[in-house]
Design a protein around this ligand. Structure first.
Ligand SMILES: C[S@@+](CC[C@H](N)C(=O)[O-])C[C@H]1O[C@@H](n2cnc3c(N)ncnc32)[C@H](O)[C@@H]1O
Length: 384
Protein backbone atom coordinates (compact mmCIF):
# COMPACT_ATOMS: atom_id res chain seq x y z
CA UNK A 1 0.00 0.00 0.00
CA UNK A 2 1.17 3.37 -0.91
CA UNK A 3 0.91 5.37 2.21
CA UNK A 4 2.22 8.51 0.75
CA UNK A 5 3.60 9.65 -2.51
CA UNK A 6 6.36 11.27 -0.66
CA UNK A 7 6.09 11.16 3.13
CA UNK A 8 9.27 13.01 3.67
CA UNK A 9 7.92 15.91 1.56
CA UNK A 10 4.69 15.98 3.59
CA UNK A 11 6.67 15.91 6.72
CA UNK A 12 8.75 18.80 5.51
CA UNK A 13 5.64 20.79 4.60
CA UNK A 14 4.17 20.02 8.00
CA UNK A 15 7.30 21.08 9.71
CA UNK A 16 7.48 24.21 7.61
CA UNK A 17 3.89 25.01 8.47
CA UNK A 18 4.55 24.36 12.14
CA UNK A 19 7.57 26.55 11.94
CA UNK A 20 5.64 29.35 10.27
CA UNK A 21 2.97 29.12 12.98
CA UNK A 22 5.68 29.11 15.60
CA UNK A 23 7.33 32.10 14.02
CA UNK A 24 4.06 33.90 13.77
CA UNK A 25 3.25 33.44 17.43
CA UNK A 26 6.84 34.24 18.35
CA UNK A 27 6.65 37.42 16.29
CA UNK A 28 3.30 38.24 17.88
CA UNK A 29 4.74 37.78 21.35
CA UNK A 30 7.74 39.89 20.42
CA UNK A 31 5.45 42.60 19.07
CA UNK A 32 3.33 42.48 22.23
CA UNK A 33 6.44 42.74 24.33
CA UNK A 34 7.63 45.78 22.35
CA UNK A 35 4.26 47.43 22.73
CA UNK A 36 4.12 46.74 26.47
CA UNK A 37 7.67 48.01 26.88
CA UNK A 38 6.84 51.17 24.92
CA UNK A 39 3.74 51.66 27.06
CA UNK A 40 5.76 51.06 30.23
CA UNK A 41 8.47 53.43 29.10
CA UNK A 42 5.93 56.06 28.18
CA UNK A 43 4.25 55.50 31.52
CA UNK A 44 7.56 55.91 33.32
CA UNK A 45 8.48 59.09 31.46
CA UNK A 46 8.11 62.19 33.56
CA UNK A 47 6.00 65.30 33.25
CA UNK A 48 8.07 68.28 34.31
CA UNK A 49 7.38 71.93 35.12
CA UNK A 50 10.28 74.39 34.85
CA UNK A 51 9.41 77.27 37.20
CA UNK A 52 10.76 80.54 35.74
CA UNK A 53 12.20 78.85 32.66
CA UNK A 54 14.01 81.98 31.39
CA UNK A 55 15.77 80.99 28.17
CA UNK A 56 14.28 77.52 28.45
CA UNK A 57 17.58 75.72 28.68
CA UNK A 58 16.60 73.57 31.66
CA UNK A 59 13.42 72.54 29.87
CA UNK A 60 15.49 71.52 26.85
CA UNK A 61 17.78 69.45 29.08
CA UNK A 62 14.74 67.74 30.60
CA UNK A 63 13.29 66.99 27.16
CA UNK A 64 16.63 65.63 26.00
CA UNK A 65 16.79 63.48 29.12
CA UNK A 66 13.55 61.78 28.11
CA UNK A 67 10.76 63.79 29.76
CA UNK A 68 7.30 63.01 28.41
CA UNK A 69 6.22 66.66 28.60
CA UNK A 70 7.77 69.83 29.98
CA UNK A 71 5.82 72.93 30.93
CA UNK A 72 8.23 75.84 30.68
CA UNK A 73 6.71 78.76 32.58
CA UNK A 74 8.03 82.31 32.67
CA UNK A 75 6.35 85.57 33.56
CA UNK A 76 8.61 87.81 31.50
CA UNK A 77 9.10 88.40 27.79
CA UNK A 78 11.99 85.96 27.83
CA UNK A 79 9.29 83.30 27.36
CA UNK A 80 9.19 84.40 23.70
CA UNK A 81 12.87 83.54 23.30
CA UNK A 82 12.29 80.27 25.16
CA UNK A 83 9.61 79.41 22.55
CA UNK A 84 12.11 80.10 19.76
CA UNK A 85 14.75 77.95 21.47
CA UNK A 86 12.23 75.11 21.75
CA UNK A 87 11.27 75.38 18.06
CA UNK A 88 14.85 75.64 16.86
CA UNK A 89 15.71 72.48 18.74
CA UNK A 90 12.63 70.69 17.34
CA UNK A 91 11.19 70.04 20.79
CA UNK A 92 7.82 71.71 20.36
CA UNK A 93 6.08 68.33 20.71
CA UNK A 94 7.53 67.93 24.20
CA UNK A 95 7.96 71.43 25.63
CA UNK A 96 4.98 73.70 26.15
CA UNK A 97 6.06 77.28 26.88
CA UNK A 98 3.58 79.18 29.06
CA UNK A 99 4.06 82.93 29.17
CA UNK A 100 2.70 84.02 32.55
CA UNK A 101 3.19 83.82 36.29
CA UNK A 102 3.33 80.38 37.87
CA UNK A 103 0.63 81.69 40.18
CA UNK A 104 -1.67 82.43 37.20
CA UNK A 105 -1.07 79.93 34.39
CA UNK A 106 -3.11 76.74 34.10
CA UNK A 107 -1.66 73.25 33.75
CA UNK A 108 -4.30 70.57 33.44
CA UNK A 109 -2.38 67.64 34.85
CA UNK A 110 -0.27 66.74 37.84
CA UNK A 111 3.48 66.80 37.32
CA UNK A 112 6.16 64.34 38.40
CA UNK A 113 8.99 66.85 38.65
CA UNK A 114 9.44 70.54 39.45
CA UNK A 115 12.72 72.01 38.38
CA UNK A 116 13.71 75.60 39.06
CA UNK A 117 16.68 77.84 39.35
CA UNK A 118 15.12 79.91 42.11
CA UNK A 119 18.12 80.76 44.30
CA UNK A 120 19.08 84.38 44.86
CA UNK A 121 21.92 86.10 46.65
CA UNK A 122 22.11 84.93 50.26
CA UNK A 123 19.89 82.17 48.92
CA UNK A 124 16.67 84.01 49.67
CA UNK A 125 17.17 87.55 48.39
CA UNK A 126 14.89 88.11 45.38
CA UNK A 127 14.53 84.38 45.27
CA UNK A 128 11.69 82.66 43.48
CA UNK A 129 11.22 80.06 46.16
CA UNK A 130 7.71 81.37 46.79
CA UNK A 131 6.78 80.51 43.19
CA UNK A 132 8.27 77.03 43.55
CA UNK A 133 6.11 76.55 46.65
CA UNK A 134 3.07 77.66 44.62
CA UNK A 135 3.92 75.25 41.79
CA UNK A 136 4.44 72.45 44.32
CA UNK A 137 1.09 73.05 45.98
CA UNK A 138 -0.73 73.42 42.67
CA UNK A 139 0.65 70.59 40.53
CA UNK A 140 3.13 68.21 42.15
CA UNK A 141 1.97 64.59 42.31
CA UNK A 142 2.19 62.91 45.71
CA UNK A 143 5.70 61.47 45.78
CA UNK A 144 6.84 63.82 43.00
CA UNK A 145 10.31 65.27 42.80
CA UNK A 146 11.52 68.86 43.35
CA UNK A 147 14.93 69.82 41.97
CA UNK A 148 16.81 71.15 43.79
CA UNK A 149 15.24 69.34 46.71
CA UNK A 150 16.77 71.31 49.54
CA UNK A 151 19.11 74.17 50.22
CA UNK A 152 21.18 75.42 53.13
CA UNK A 153 22.35 78.93 53.93
CA UNK A 154 25.56 79.19 55.94
CA UNK A 155 27.44 82.01 57.63
CA UNK A 156 30.95 82.32 59.03
CA UNK A 157 33.18 85.10 60.40
CA UNK A 158 35.81 86.27 57.93
CA UNK A 159 39.04 88.18 57.77
CA UNK A 160 39.75 90.18 54.61
CA UNK A 161 42.74 92.51 55.15
CA UNK A 162 43.27 93.16 51.44
CA UNK A 163 39.70 94.29 50.90
CA UNK A 164 39.84 96.53 53.98
CA UNK A 165 43.14 97.97 52.96
CA UNK A 166 42.05 98.67 49.36
CA UNK A 167 38.85 100.38 50.45
CA UNK A 168 39.96 102.19 53.63
CA UNK A 169 43.70 102.30 54.33
CA UNK A 170 44.23 103.70 50.85
CA UNK A 171 42.94 107.08 52.10
CA UNK A 172 45.59 107.38 54.81
CA UNK A 173 48.20 108.28 52.26
CA UNK A 174 47.23 109.17 48.72
CA UNK A 175 50.37 110.11 46.79
CA UNK A 176 51.89 111.43 50.04
CA UNK A 177 48.76 113.38 51.00
CA UNK A 178 47.02 112.52 54.29
CA UNK A 179 43.40 112.06 53.23
CA UNK A 180 42.27 110.37 56.44
CA UNK A 181 39.42 112.90 56.64
CA UNK A 182 37.84 110.67 54.01
CA UNK A 183 37.86 107.61 56.29
CA UNK A 184 34.33 107.84 57.79
CA UNK A 185 32.80 108.41 54.36
CA UNK A 186 34.94 105.70 52.78
CA UNK A 187 33.84 103.21 55.46
CA UNK A 188 30.22 104.11 54.93
CA UNK A 189 30.49 103.77 51.14
CA UNK A 190 32.42 100.52 51.31
CA UNK A 191 30.66 98.71 54.12
CA UNK A 192 27.17 100.08 54.68
CA UNK A 193 25.50 97.58 52.35
CA UNK A 194 26.13 93.89 51.90
CA UNK A 195 28.56 93.21 49.14
CA UNK A 196 28.54 90.27 46.76
CA UNK A 197 32.04 89.02 46.09
CA UNK A 198 34.15 85.92 45.93
CA UNK A 199 36.25 84.97 48.91
CA UNK A 200 38.47 81.96 49.49
CA UNK A 201 38.77 79.52 52.35
CA UNK A 202 41.69 81.54 53.69
CA UNK A 203 39.31 84.36 54.54
CA UNK A 204 37.17 82.19 56.77
CA UNK A 205 37.99 82.20 60.49
CA UNK A 206 36.21 79.01 61.49
CA UNK A 207 33.55 76.43 60.73
CA UNK A 208 30.30 77.83 59.41
CA UNK A 209 26.95 77.99 61.11
CA UNK A 210 23.70 76.91 59.41
CA UNK A 211 21.41 79.93 59.18
CA UNK A 212 18.56 78.14 57.47
CA UNK A 213 17.89 74.77 55.96
CA UNK A 214 15.18 74.82 53.31
CA UNK A 215 13.35 71.60 52.53
CA UNK A 216 11.57 72.37 49.26
CA UNK A 217 8.94 69.72 49.97
CA UNK A 218 7.76 71.25 53.23
CA UNK A 219 8.82 74.93 53.41
CA UNK A 220 5.99 77.47 53.58
CA UNK A 221 5.81 81.06 52.37
CA UNK A 222 5.22 82.18 55.95
CA UNK A 223 8.51 80.66 57.09
CA UNK A 224 10.37 82.73 54.53
CA UNK A 225 9.13 86.07 55.80
CA UNK A 226 11.58 86.19 58.67
CA UNK A 227 14.48 83.92 59.42
CA UNK A 228 16.45 84.21 62.63
CA UNK A 229 19.25 82.28 64.21
CA UNK A 230 21.72 82.55 67.07
CA UNK A 231 25.35 81.71 66.39
CA UNK A 232 28.48 81.00 68.42
CA UNK A 233 31.85 80.70 66.72
CA UNK A 234 35.34 80.14 68.03
CA UNK A 235 38.00 81.70 65.85
CA UNK A 236 40.59 79.20 64.67
CA UNK A 237 43.22 81.88 64.25
CA UNK A 238 44.47 85.22 65.44
CA UNK A 239 43.35 87.76 62.84
CA UNK A 240 41.45 90.97 62.24
CA UNK A 241 37.79 90.00 62.04
CA UNK A 242 36.20 92.05 59.27
CA UNK A 243 32.68 90.72 58.99
CA UNK A 244 30.53 87.75 58.12
CA UNK A 245 30.23 85.81 54.89
CA UNK A 246 27.07 84.03 53.80
CA UNK A 247 26.88 81.28 51.19
CA UNK A 248 24.65 78.39 50.29
CA UNK A 249 24.51 74.97 48.80
CA UNK A 250 21.68 73.19 47.06
CA UNK A 251 21.10 69.48 47.01
CA UNK A 252 19.47 67.31 44.35
CA UNK A 253 18.21 64.17 45.99
CA UNK A 254 15.84 61.56 44.61
CA UNK A 255 17.56 61.53 41.20
CA UNK A 256 17.52 57.74 41.27
CA UNK A 257 13.90 57.82 40.20
CA UNK A 258 15.24 58.82 36.79
CA UNK A 259 18.18 56.47 36.63
CA UNK A 260 16.19 53.52 37.95
CA UNK A 261 13.31 53.94 35.58
CA UNK A 262 14.64 55.49 32.44
CA UNK A 263 17.49 54.58 30.18
CA UNK A 264 17.76 58.15 29.01
CA UNK A 265 20.63 60.17 30.47
CA UNK A 266 19.82 62.27 33.46
CA UNK A 267 19.22 65.92 32.82
CA UNK A 268 21.43 66.58 35.78
CA UNK A 269 24.23 64.43 34.45
CA UNK A 270 24.09 65.93 31.01
CA UNK A 271 24.12 69.38 32.52
CA UNK A 272 27.27 68.57 34.37
CA UNK A 273 29.01 68.08 31.08
CA UNK A 274 28.48 71.77 30.43
CA UNK A 275 30.58 72.82 33.39
CA UNK A 276 33.17 75.30 32.25
CA UNK A 277 36.75 75.77 33.32
CA UNK A 278 37.34 75.79 37.02
CA UNK A 279 34.12 74.00 37.76
CA UNK A 280 34.15 71.01 39.99
CA UNK A 281 31.44 68.51 40.48
CA UNK A 282 30.88 65.68 42.80
CA UNK A 283 31.02 62.34 41.04
CA UNK A 284 28.21 60.17 42.28
CA UNK A 285 29.34 56.57 42.47
CA UNK A 286 25.92 55.74 43.80
CA UNK A 287 22.99 57.31 41.94
CA UNK A 288 20.90 57.39 45.10
CA UNK A 289 23.47 59.69 46.69
CA UNK A 290 22.40 63.34 46.51
CA UNK A 291 24.24 65.70 44.20
CA UNK A 292 25.30 68.88 45.99
CA UNK A 293 26.25 72.21 44.47
CA UNK A 294 27.79 74.79 46.70
CA UNK A 295 28.92 78.38 46.61
CA UNK A 296 31.20 77.83 49.60
CA UNK A 297 34.51 79.67 49.58
CA UNK A 298 36.92 77.58 47.55
CA UNK A 299 40.16 76.20 49.02
CA UNK A 300 39.04 75.98 52.61
CA UNK A 301 41.87 76.02 55.18
CA UNK A 302 43.42 72.65 55.90
CA UNK A 303 41.38 72.10 59.04
CA UNK A 304 38.33 72.12 56.81
CA UNK A 305 39.45 69.47 54.44
CA UNK A 306 37.50 66.72 56.11
CA UNK A 307 34.56 69.06 56.35
CA UNK A 308 31.04 68.45 55.18
CA UNK A 309 31.27 70.51 52.02
CA UNK A 310 31.52 69.74 48.40
CA UNK A 311 33.17 72.92 47.27
CA UNK A 312 32.25 74.16 43.83
CA UNK A 313 32.39 77.88 43.80
CA UNK A 314 32.68 78.24 40.03
CA UNK A 315 30.17 75.70 39.01
CA UNK A 316 27.97 76.59 36.08
CA UNK A 317 25.38 73.99 36.66
CA UNK A 318 22.21 74.99 34.98
CA UNK A 319 22.25 77.85 32.60
CA UNK A 320 25.77 78.72 31.54
CA UNK A 321 24.71 82.36 31.64
CA UNK A 322 22.43 82.92 34.58
CA UNK A 323 23.25 80.19 37.01
CA UNK A 324 26.92 81.01 36.72
CA UNK A 325 26.15 84.60 37.67
CA UNK A 326 24.45 83.54 40.87
CA UNK A 327 26.75 80.72 41.84
CA UNK A 328 30.12 82.23 41.14
CA UNK A 329 29.48 85.49 42.93
CA UNK A 330 27.20 84.60 45.68
CA UNK A 331 29.36 84.90 48.74
CA UNK A 332 27.55 87.78 50.38
CA UNK A 333 29.74 89.75 52.75
CA UNK A 334 28.55 91.94 55.57
CA UNK A 335 31.53 94.00 56.64
CA UNK A 336 31.94 95.99 59.85
CA UNK A 337 33.06 99.60 59.69
CA UNK A 338 36.06 98.66 61.82
CA UNK A 339 37.69 95.25 62.27
CA UNK A 340 37.87 93.48 65.64
CA UNK A 341 41.19 91.85 66.54
CA UNK A 342 40.45 88.29 67.61
CA UNK A 343 42.78 85.75 69.21
CA UNK A 344 42.81 82.05 68.45
CA UNK A 345 39.85 80.36 70.21
CA UNK A 346 38.18 83.70 70.93
CA UNK A 347 34.41 83.36 70.97
CA UNK A 348 32.24 85.35 68.55
CA UNK A 349 28.54 85.11 69.26
CA UNK A 350 25.31 86.79 68.42
CA UNK A 351 22.24 86.56 66.23
CA UNK A 352 21.02 87.43 62.78
CA UNK A 353 17.53 88.14 61.48
CA UNK A 354 16.82 88.14 57.75
CA UNK A 355 13.43 89.60 56.94
CA UNK A 356 11.48 90.84 54.01
CA UNK A 357 11.51 94.65 53.91
CA UNK A 358 8.16 96.34 54.59
CA UNK A 359 9.28 99.25 52.43
CA UNK A 360 9.79 97.04 49.38
CA UNK A 361 9.04 93.32 49.36
CA UNK A 362 12.01 92.73 47.05
CA UNK A 363 14.48 94.09 49.64
CA UNK A 364 15.87 92.06 52.50
CA UNK A 365 16.64 93.55 55.90
CA UNK A 366 19.58 92.10 57.77
CA UNK A 367 19.77 92.71 61.50
CA UNK A 368 23.05 91.48 62.92
CA UNK A 369 24.05 91.49 66.59
CA UNK A 370 27.50 90.22 67.49
CA UNK A 371 29.80 90.27 70.48
CA UNK A 372 33.42 89.29 70.99
CA UNK A 373 36.14 90.06 73.51
CA UNK A 374 33.68 91.80 75.83
CA UNK A 375 32.38 94.26 73.21
CA UNK A 376 29.05 94.05 71.45
CA UNK A 377 27.79 95.60 68.23
CA UNK A 378 24.71 95.90 66.05
CA UNK A 379 24.77 96.24 62.28
CA UNK A 380 21.64 96.92 60.25
CA UNK A 381 21.81 96.58 56.50
CA UNK A 382 19.47 96.29 53.58
CA UNK A 383 20.04 94.12 50.56
CA UNK A 384 18.44 96.08 47.74
C1 LIG B 1 17.01 83.04 37.35
S1 LIG B 1 15.91 83.16 36.04
C2 LIG B 1 15.82 81.55 35.44
C3 LIG B 1 16.77 81.32 34.34
C4 LIG B 1 16.61 80.05 33.60
N1 LIG B 1 16.75 78.88 34.43
C5 LIG B 1 17.64 80.02 32.47
O1 LIG B 1 18.54 79.23 32.51
O2 LIG B 1 17.53 80.84 31.57
C6 LIG B 1 14.38 83.34 36.83
C7 LIG B 1 13.20 83.51 35.87
O3 LIG B 1 12.01 83.39 36.62
C8 LIG B 1 11.04 84.24 36.05
N2 LIG B 1 10.02 84.47 37.08
C9 LIG B 1 10.13 85.18 38.24
N3 LIG B 1 9.00 85.11 38.96
C10 LIG B 1 8.17 84.31 38.25
C11 LIG B 1 6.83 83.85 38.48
N4 LIG B 1 6.16 84.20 39.58
N5 LIG B 1 6.27 83.06 37.53
C12 LIG B 1 6.96 82.71 36.41
N6 LIG B 1 8.21 83.12 36.15
C13 LIG B 1 8.81 83.91 37.06
C14 LIG B 1 11.81 85.47 35.66
O4 LIG B 1 11.14 86.15 34.61
C15 LIG B 1 13.15 84.86 35.19
O5 LIG B 1 13.17 84.67 33.81
Amino acid sequence: MKISQNPSEMQTKYLQLKDINGMESKEKRRQEKIETKAEDENERKKVVVDVGCGTGILSVFCAQAGAKRVYAVDASEIALQASEVVKTNKLADTIIVLHGRVEDVEIDEEVDVIISEWMGYMLLYESMLGSVITARDRWLKPGGLILPSNATLYMAPVTHPDRYSDSIDFWRNVYGIDMSAMLPLAKQCAFEEPSVETITGENVLTWPHVVKHVDCYTITVLELQSISTRFKFQSMMRAPFHGFAFWFDVEFSGLEIFSASNDAPLAIESLNNHATDGSKRKKRANPSEALVLSTAPEDPPTHWQQGPFVVWSHLTFFSPILFARVLTQSNTLIYFYDPIEVEQDQVIEGSVILSQSKENARFMNIHLEYASGGRSFVKESVMR
